[in-house]
Design a protein around this ligand. Structure first.
Ligand SMILES: *Cc1c(COP(=O)(O)O)cnc(C)c1O
Length: 379
Protein backbone atom coordinates (compact mmCIF):
# COMPACT_ATOMS: atom_id res chain seq x y z
CA UNK A 1 0.00 0.00 0.00
CA UNK A 2 1.25 3.47 -0.81
CA UNK A 3 0.67 6.04 1.90
CA UNK A 4 1.00 9.73 1.28
CA UNK A 5 3.23 11.60 3.70
CA UNK A 6 2.95 15.32 4.43
CA UNK A 7 4.20 17.49 1.54
CA UNK A 8 7.09 18.62 3.76
CA UNK A 9 8.38 15.05 3.94
CA UNK A 10 8.49 14.84 0.16
CA UNK A 11 11.24 17.47 0.13
CA UNK A 12 14.80 16.39 0.90
CA UNK A 13 15.83 19.95 1.74
CA UNK A 14 13.85 23.17 1.89
CA UNK A 15 14.75 26.74 2.87
CA UNK A 16 13.29 27.98 6.15
CA UNK A 17 12.26 31.63 6.52
CA UNK A 18 11.86 33.22 9.94
CA UNK A 19 9.76 36.15 8.72
CA UNK A 20 11.37 39.47 7.88
CA UNK A 21 13.34 38.24 4.86
CA UNK A 22 10.81 39.51 2.32
CA UNK A 23 10.63 42.95 3.93
CA UNK A 24 14.42 43.09 3.97
CA UNK A 25 14.57 42.40 0.22
CA UNK A 26 11.79 44.89 -0.49
CA UNK A 27 13.68 47.65 1.31
CA UNK A 28 16.83 46.96 -0.75
CA UNK A 29 14.76 47.04 -3.94
CA UNK A 30 13.12 50.34 -3.14
CA UNK A 31 16.43 51.85 -2.02
CA UNK A 32 17.91 50.82 -5.38
CA UNK A 33 20.69 48.84 -3.69
CA UNK A 34 21.42 45.88 -5.93
CA UNK A 35 25.20 45.96 -6.15
CA UNK A 36 27.79 45.18 -3.51
CA UNK A 37 27.62 47.87 -0.84
CA UNK A 38 27.01 48.80 2.78
CA UNK A 39 24.55 46.00 3.57
CA UNK A 40 26.90 43.35 2.16
CA UNK A 41 29.64 44.80 4.35
CA UNK A 42 27.35 44.73 7.37
CA UNK A 43 26.65 41.05 6.67
CA UNK A 44 30.39 40.35 6.45
CA UNK A 45 30.99 42.04 9.80
CA UNK A 46 28.13 40.23 11.48
CA UNK A 47 29.33 36.84 10.20
CA UNK A 48 32.89 37.66 11.33
CA UNK A 49 31.56 38.53 14.79
CA UNK A 50 29.54 35.33 14.95
CA UNK A 51 32.56 33.20 13.99
CA UNK A 52 35.03 35.12 16.15
CA UNK A 53 37.31 36.16 13.27
CA UNK A 54 38.44 39.56 12.01
CA UNK A 55 37.72 39.28 8.27
CA UNK A 56 35.01 37.68 6.16
CA UNK A 57 34.64 38.18 2.39
CA UNK A 58 31.09 37.63 1.09
CA UNK A 59 30.60 36.32 -2.46
CA UNK A 60 27.80 35.20 -4.78
CA UNK A 61 27.87 31.47 -3.96
CA UNK A 62 29.76 28.74 -2.14
CA UNK A 63 31.28 27.70 -5.46
CA UNK A 64 32.55 31.25 -6.03
CA UNK A 65 34.00 31.23 -2.50
CA UNK A 66 36.02 28.09 -3.29
CA UNK A 67 37.15 29.48 -6.65
CA UNK A 68 38.25 32.86 -5.26
CA UNK A 69 39.90 31.32 -2.18
CA UNK A 70 42.01 29.00 -4.34
CA UNK A 71 43.00 31.80 -6.71
CA UNK A 72 44.00 33.90 -3.69
CA UNK A 73 46.14 31.00 -2.47
CA UNK A 74 47.93 30.96 -5.82
CA UNK A 75 46.38 27.73 -7.10
CA UNK A 76 46.52 27.47 -10.89
CA UNK A 77 47.70 25.49 -13.92
CA UNK A 78 50.26 22.78 -13.13
CA UNK A 79 49.04 22.36 -9.54
CA UNK A 80 47.24 19.44 -7.93
CA UNK A 81 44.49 19.96 -5.39
CA UNK A 82 43.70 17.00 -3.12
CA UNK A 83 39.93 16.63 -2.81
CA UNK A 84 37.56 13.83 -1.83
CA UNK A 85 35.62 12.43 -4.78
CA UNK A 86 32.70 12.08 -2.36
CA UNK A 87 31.37 15.66 -2.53
CA UNK A 88 29.07 17.93 -4.50
CA UNK A 89 30.37 18.50 -8.05
CA UNK A 90 30.74 22.23 -7.26
CA UNK A 91 33.87 21.49 -5.22
CA UNK A 92 35.54 19.92 -8.24
CA UNK A 93 34.34 22.53 -10.74
CA UNK A 94 35.87 25.26 -8.57
CA UNK A 95 39.25 23.49 -8.73
CA UNK A 96 39.04 23.08 -12.50
CA UNK A 97 38.08 26.76 -12.88
CA UNK A 98 41.53 27.69 -11.51
CA UNK A 99 43.27 25.55 -14.14
CA UNK A 100 44.53 23.13 -11.48
CA UNK A 101 43.97 19.36 -11.47
CA UNK A 102 41.75 17.65 -8.91
CA UNK A 103 43.48 14.66 -7.32
CA UNK A 104 40.69 12.54 -5.86
CA UNK A 105 41.18 10.89 -2.48
CA UNK A 106 39.16 8.51 -0.31
CA UNK A 107 37.08 9.32 2.76
CA UNK A 108 36.43 7.43 5.98
CA UNK A 109 33.09 5.66 5.36
CA UNK A 110 32.02 6.16 8.99
CA UNK A 111 32.13 9.97 8.69
CA UNK A 112 32.33 10.49 4.89
CA UNK A 113 35.22 12.90 5.56
CA UNK A 114 38.93 12.78 4.64
CA UNK A 115 41.53 11.67 7.20
CA UNK A 116 44.97 13.26 7.72
CA UNK A 117 46.73 9.99 6.79
CA UNK A 118 44.93 9.87 3.43
CA UNK A 119 46.00 13.45 2.71
CA UNK A 120 49.63 12.76 3.63
CA UNK A 121 49.67 9.61 1.49
CA UNK A 122 48.50 11.52 -1.59
CA UNK A 123 50.93 14.47 -1.33
CA UNK A 124 53.25 14.97 -4.30
CA UNK A 125 55.58 17.84 -5.28
CA UNK A 126 52.73 19.14 -7.49
CA UNK A 127 50.26 19.44 -4.61
CA UNK A 128 49.42 23.08 -3.96
CA UNK A 129 46.22 22.85 -1.91
CA UNK A 130 44.07 20.40 0.03
CA UNK A 131 40.33 20.81 0.06
CA UNK A 132 38.70 18.84 2.87
CA UNK A 133 34.90 18.72 2.54
CA UNK A 134 32.97 19.07 5.80
CA UNK A 135 30.39 16.43 4.82
CA UNK A 136 27.13 16.79 6.72
CA UNK A 137 28.60 19.82 8.50
CA UNK A 138 31.20 17.76 10.37
CA UNK A 139 34.51 19.54 11.10
CA UNK A 140 37.65 17.99 9.58
CA UNK A 141 40.76 18.37 11.72
CA UNK A 142 43.92 18.10 9.61
CA UNK A 143 46.23 19.21 12.45
CA UNK A 144 48.34 16.00 12.33
CA UNK A 145 49.08 16.67 8.64
CA UNK A 146 49.78 20.38 9.06
CA UNK A 147 53.58 20.27 9.59
CA UNK A 148 54.09 18.36 6.33
CA UNK A 149 51.60 20.57 4.47
CA UNK A 150 53.14 23.80 5.80
CA UNK A 151 56.65 22.64 4.93
CA UNK A 152 55.60 22.09 1.33
CA UNK A 153 53.61 25.32 1.10
CA UNK A 154 50.30 23.47 0.69
CA UNK A 155 47.26 25.57 1.61
CA UNK A 156 44.22 24.05 3.31
CA UNK A 157 41.04 25.49 1.78
CA UNK A 158 38.04 23.97 3.56
CA UNK A 159 34.81 23.34 1.70
CA UNK A 160 32.62 24.16 4.69
CA UNK A 161 29.57 24.78 2.47
CA UNK A 162 27.53 22.55 4.76
CA UNK A 163 29.16 23.50 8.05
CA UNK A 164 28.09 27.04 8.93
CA UNK A 165 27.81 27.18 12.73
CA UNK A 166 29.57 23.87 13.41
CA UNK A 167 32.46 23.71 15.86
CA UNK A 168 35.90 22.11 15.83
CA UNK A 169 36.72 21.72 19.51
CA UNK A 170 35.75 25.00 21.16
CA UNK A 171 36.05 27.12 18.02
CA UNK A 172 33.59 27.64 15.21
CA UNK A 173 34.55 26.23 11.84
CA UNK A 174 36.10 29.26 10.15
CA UNK A 175 38.07 30.24 13.25
CA UNK A 176 40.62 27.42 13.20
CA UNK A 177 43.39 29.05 11.15
CA UNK A 178 42.77 27.55 7.70
CA UNK A 179 40.99 29.18 4.74
CA UNK A 180 37.29 28.35 5.08
CA UNK A 181 34.52 28.63 2.47
CA UNK A 182 30.83 28.66 3.36
CA UNK A 183 27.73 28.41 1.19
CA UNK A 184 24.51 30.27 1.97
CA UNK A 185 22.53 28.48 -0.74
CA UNK A 186 18.86 27.46 -0.38
CA UNK A 187 19.30 24.27 1.67
CA UNK A 188 22.26 25.19 3.81
CA UNK A 189 22.19 25.94 7.56
CA UNK A 190 21.81 29.66 6.83
CA UNK A 191 20.49 30.90 3.50
CA UNK A 192 20.87 34.18 1.64
CA UNK A 193 18.95 32.74 -1.34
CA UNK A 194 22.28 32.22 -3.01
CA UNK A 195 25.53 33.30 -1.44
CA UNK A 196 28.82 32.30 0.08
CA UNK A 197 31.73 33.58 2.13
CA UNK A 198 35.46 33.14 2.55
CA UNK A 199 37.29 33.37 5.85
CA UNK A 200 40.84 34.35 4.84
CA UNK A 201 43.88 33.87 7.10
CA UNK A 202 45.35 37.39 6.92
CA UNK A 203 44.25 40.94 6.04
CA UNK A 204 46.42 40.68 2.92
CA UNK A 205 44.63 37.51 1.80
CA UNK A 206 41.31 39.26 2.48
CA UNK A 207 42.33 42.13 0.18
CA UNK A 208 43.31 39.66 -2.54
CA UNK A 209 39.92 37.92 -2.22
CA UNK A 210 38.12 41.29 -2.43
CA UNK A 211 40.01 42.21 -5.59
CA UNK A 212 39.34 38.78 -7.12
CA UNK A 213 35.59 38.93 -6.43
CA UNK A 214 35.18 42.42 -7.95
CA UNK A 215 36.77 42.61 -11.40
CA UNK A 216 40.21 43.30 -9.97
CA UNK A 217 39.19 46.81 -8.99
CA UNK A 218 40.73 48.15 -5.79
CA UNK A 219 37.74 48.57 -3.53
CA UNK A 220 36.98 51.87 -1.92
CA UNK A 221 33.43 53.13 -2.02
CA UNK A 222 34.53 56.67 -1.15
CA UNK A 223 37.10 56.73 -3.92
CA UNK A 224 34.60 55.44 -6.48
CA UNK A 225 32.08 58.10 -5.52
CA UNK A 226 34.51 61.00 -5.83
CA UNK A 227 37.14 59.98 -8.32
CA UNK A 228 37.11 60.29 -12.09
CA UNK A 229 38.84 56.93 -12.49
CA UNK A 230 39.38 53.63 -10.73
CA UNK A 231 42.30 51.23 -10.52
CA UNK A 232 42.17 47.72 -11.95
CA UNK A 233 44.95 46.03 -10.06
CA UNK A 234 44.82 42.53 -11.54
CA UNK A 235 42.58 39.71 -12.68
CA UNK A 236 39.13 39.61 -11.14
CA UNK A 237 35.81 37.82 -11.39
CA UNK A 238 32.41 39.42 -10.88
CA UNK A 239 31.07 37.43 -7.95
CA UNK A 240 30.22 39.89 -5.20
CA UNK A 241 27.24 39.24 -2.95
CA UNK A 242 24.25 41.43 -3.76
CA UNK A 243 22.72 43.41 -0.87
CA UNK A 244 19.43 41.65 -1.75
CA UNK A 245 21.05 38.40 -0.62
CA UNK A 246 22.98 39.96 2.26
CA UNK A 247 19.76 41.45 3.66
CA UNK A 248 18.23 37.95 3.75
CA UNK A 249 21.36 36.62 5.46
CA UNK A 250 21.20 39.30 8.17
CA UNK A 251 17.67 38.23 9.10
CA UNK A 252 18.70 34.56 9.10
CA UNK A 253 21.71 35.29 11.29
CA UNK A 254 19.46 36.95 13.89
CA UNK A 255 17.65 33.62 14.24
CA UNK A 256 20.60 31.28 13.91
CA UNK A 257 20.33 30.00 17.50
CA UNK A 258 16.97 28.50 16.50
CA UNK A 259 18.54 26.81 13.46
CA UNK A 260 21.23 25.25 15.67
CA UNK A 261 18.72 23.89 18.18
CA UNK A 262 16.20 22.59 15.69
CA UNK A 263 18.71 20.99 13.34
CA UNK A 264 20.43 19.19 16.20
CA UNK A 265 17.13 17.94 17.66
CA UNK A 266 15.96 16.69 14.29
CA UNK A 267 19.24 14.84 13.71
CA UNK A 268 19.10 13.34 17.22
CA UNK A 269 15.48 12.25 16.67
CA UNK A 270 16.57 10.41 13.50
CA UNK A 271 19.51 8.81 15.32
CA UNK A 272 17.29 7.63 18.19
CA UNK A 273 14.57 6.30 15.89
CA UNK A 274 17.08 4.40 13.74
CA UNK A 275 18.92 2.88 16.70
CA UNK A 276 19.16 -0.88 16.24
CA UNK A 277 17.66 -0.92 12.72
CA UNK A 278 19.52 -3.60 10.75
CA UNK A 279 20.71 -3.18 7.18
CA UNK A 280 21.68 0.47 7.51
CA UNK A 281 24.48 2.50 9.10
CA UNK A 282 24.02 6.10 10.21
CA UNK A 283 26.83 8.40 9.02
CA UNK A 284 28.42 9.84 12.18
CA UNK A 285 27.81 13.60 12.07
CA UNK A 286 29.43 14.44 15.45
CA UNK A 287 26.36 16.21 16.84
CA UNK A 288 26.40 18.32 19.08
CA UNK A 289 29.56 19.95 17.69
CA UNK A 290 27.99 19.87 14.22
CA UNK A 291 25.04 21.95 13.05
CA UNK A 292 23.72 19.37 10.57
CA UNK A 293 22.28 20.33 7.17
CA UNK A 294 21.35 16.71 6.44
CA UNK A 295 21.01 13.23 7.87
CA UNK A 296 22.79 10.53 5.84
CA UNK A 297 22.60 6.77 6.19
CA UNK A 298 24.25 3.95 4.27
CA UNK A 299 21.88 1.27 3.01
CA UNK A 300 23.92 -1.94 3.10
CA UNK A 301 23.85 -5.23 1.16
CA UNK A 302 23.18 -3.69 -2.27
CA UNK A 303 19.67 -2.63 -1.29
CA UNK A 304 19.95 1.17 -1.62
CA UNK A 305 18.28 1.66 -5.00
CA UNK A 306 15.25 -0.49 -4.14
CA UNK A 307 14.88 1.09 -0.69
CA UNK A 308 15.22 4.56 -2.21
CA UNK A 309 12.46 3.84 -4.76
CA UNK A 310 10.14 2.32 -2.17
CA UNK A 311 10.50 5.35 0.10
CA UNK A 312 9.87 7.75 -2.79
CA UNK A 313 6.69 5.79 -3.56
CA UNK A 314 5.64 6.42 0.03
CA UNK A 315 6.15 10.15 -0.44
CA UNK A 316 9.44 10.36 1.47
CA UNK A 317 11.93 12.76 -0.12
CA UNK A 318 15.11 10.72 0.16
CA UNK A 319 18.17 11.88 -1.78
CA UNK A 320 21.64 10.75 -2.84
CA UNK A 321 24.51 12.98 -1.66
CA UNK A 322 26.63 12.23 -3.62
CA UNK A 323 27.33 10.20 -6.72
CA UNK A 324 31.17 10.10 -6.74
CA UNK A 325 32.87 12.71 -8.90
CA UNK A 326 35.71 10.56 -10.24
CA UNK A 327 33.11 8.53 -12.18
CA UNK A 328 31.48 11.62 -13.76
CA UNK A 329 32.09 12.06 -17.50
CA UNK A 330 33.34 15.63 -17.02
CA UNK A 331 36.04 14.51 -14.61
CA UNK A 332 37.15 11.31 -16.34
CA UNK A 333 40.61 12.72 -17.05
CA UNK A 334 41.31 12.54 -13.31
CA UNK A 335 39.73 9.13 -12.68
CA UNK A 336 41.53 6.68 -10.45
CA UNK A 337 40.07 3.65 -8.66
CA UNK A 338 38.56 4.62 -5.30
CA UNK A 339 36.79 1.50 -3.97
CA UNK A 340 35.63 2.99 -0.66
CA UNK A 341 34.06 6.00 -2.40
CA UNK A 342 32.51 3.85 -5.12
CA UNK A 343 30.85 1.72 -2.47
CA UNK A 344 29.63 4.81 -0.60
CA UNK A 345 28.13 6.09 -3.84
CA UNK A 346 26.07 2.89 -4.03
CA UNK A 347 25.08 2.95 -0.33
CA UNK A 348 24.48 6.57 0.61
CA UNK A 349 20.97 7.91 1.12
CA UNK A 350 19.92 11.17 2.76
CA UNK A 351 16.66 11.50 4.67
CA UNK A 352 14.34 14.53 4.46
CA UNK A 353 16.03 17.22 6.54
CA UNK A 354 14.98 20.84 6.97
CA UNK A 355 13.59 23.13 9.64
CA UNK A 356 9.97 22.60 8.65
CA UNK A 357 10.26 19.05 10.00
CA UNK A 358 9.73 17.97 13.60
CA UNK A 359 10.87 15.03 15.69
CA UNK A 360 7.51 13.39 14.93
CA UNK A 361 8.35 13.58 11.22
CA UNK A 362 11.75 12.00 11.85
CA UNK A 363 10.12 9.10 13.69
CA UNK A 364 7.64 8.70 10.84
CA UNK A 365 10.43 8.57 8.22
CA UNK A 366 12.42 6.12 10.34
CA UNK A 367 9.29 3.96 10.69
CA UNK A 368 8.77 3.92 6.93
CA UNK A 369 12.42 3.02 6.38
CA UNK A 370 12.15 0.17 8.90
CA UNK A 371 9.00 -1.15 7.17
CA UNK A 372 10.55 -0.96 3.71
CA UNK A 373 13.59 -2.89 4.94
CA UNK A 374 11.45 -5.47 6.74
CA UNK A 375 9.28 -5.92 3.64
CA UNK A 376 12.44 -7.06 1.85
CA UNK A 377 13.01 -4.21 -0.61
CA UNK A 378 16.09 -5.03 -2.69
CA UNK A 379 16.53 -8.55 -1.32
C1 LIG B 1 26.32 23.51 -1.57
C2 LIG B 1 27.68 23.01 -1.70
C3 LIG B 1 28.64 23.66 -2.52
C4 LIG B 1 28.30 24.80 -3.43
O1 LIG B 1 27.72 25.90 -2.81
P1 LIG B 1 26.81 26.87 -3.73
O2 LIG B 1 26.48 27.99 -2.80
O3 LIG B 1 25.63 26.07 -4.16
O4 LIG B 1 27.64 27.31 -4.87
C5 LIG B 1 29.93 23.18 -2.54
N1 LIG B 1 30.28 22.11 -1.82
C6 LIG B 1 29.41 21.45 -1.04
C7 LIG B 1 29.89 20.28 -0.24
C8 LIG B 1 28.07 21.85 -0.96
O5 LIG B 1 27.22 21.18 -0.20
Amino acid sequence: MTRTASPDLARNGRPYLYGGEEAAIASMLSAGQYNHGAVTEEFEQRVAGFLGVSEVVAVASGTAALHVAMLAAGVGPGHDVLVPSFTFCATVQAIIATGARPRFIEVNPRTCCVEPAEVLGALTPHTRAVMPVLYGGRAVDLTPARPALDEQGVTVVEDAAQAFGSCQGERRVGATGVVTCFSFGPVKNLTCGLGGAIVPRTPLEADTCRRLRGLGIIESAARRAEATTYTVDGFGLRVQMSPLNAAVGLVQLDHFAEAETRRRSLWRAYAAALEGVGGIALVDADVPRTVPPMCAVRVLDGRRDAVFRALRERGIGVGVHYPPNHTQPAFSAWHRPLPVTERLGREIMTLPFHQHLTEVDARHVAGELRQVLAAGAGQ
